[in-house]
Design a protein around this ligand. Structure first.
Ligand SMILES: [Zn+2]
Length: 182
């Protein structure tokens, strides 16, 4: 196939270029941040529940991300990933939740007035941390454990201090990340 460009083709190209309008299908901010939380959840080693969180400031800058996992240097292969009636063999005794990790990973920034995007509504322990660092708005995807006491306690505290909680409805159903796109 010839790659020669005729004078007529060249004129056509000049008339159509440069593109002067922006893309219409770009990712909205909220979908972008919730997708970042979901992508972070993919790092979790928990075989049952993978949760991700992303903290964003008023300038739409991501200030921290996190996912559920064991504390640093507690081996993912030695500590238990199961639920167990034997306390010391129950993962709950060891796992740091995604929201807590996001708060702790923030490189020393002030989190007052920030937004937290999380894939799952926060538990009561995370709610305490969220309140104490001054996060003002929680956007969550799922509230599937909302009837359990610790999630009711969470909502009670968050409501009492005026942290806004919004169940987020993404504008698109999925985002494909294709490493071969570039
Ligand atoms: Zn939690």
């Amino acid at each position: 196939m010839s790659e020669e460009v005729t004078a007529q083709d060249h004129n056509t190209v000049q008339q159509e270029s440069p593109v002067s309008h922006k893309r219409k299908d770009y990712l909205p901010w909220d979908d972008y941040f919730m997708a970042t939380a979901l992508l972070s959840a993919e790092r979790s080693k928990d075989p049952v529940t993978q949760v991700g969180a992303c903290i964003v400031d008023s300038q739409n800058r991501i200030v921290s991300i996190g996912y559920n996992g064991f504390p640093r240097n507690c081996s993912d292969d030695e500590f238990p990933w199961t639920k167990s009636k034997v306390f010391l063999e129950d993962k709950k005794m060891y796992v740091v939740h995604a929201e807590a990790n996001a708060i702790l990973n923030n490189n020393g920034l002030n989190l007052t007035g920030t937004r937290l995007y999380t894939t799952l509504f926060p538990c009561n322990e995370c709610a305490k941390l969220i309140i104490q660092v001054g996060i003002s708005h929680i956007l969550y995807l799922s509230d599937k454990y909302g009837a359990k006491p610790k999630y009711q306690a969470s909502r009670r505290m968050l409501d009492a201090v005026g942290v806004t909680c919004t169940q987020y409805r993404p504008q698109r159903n999925n985002i494909v990340i294709d490493f071969k796109k570039i």
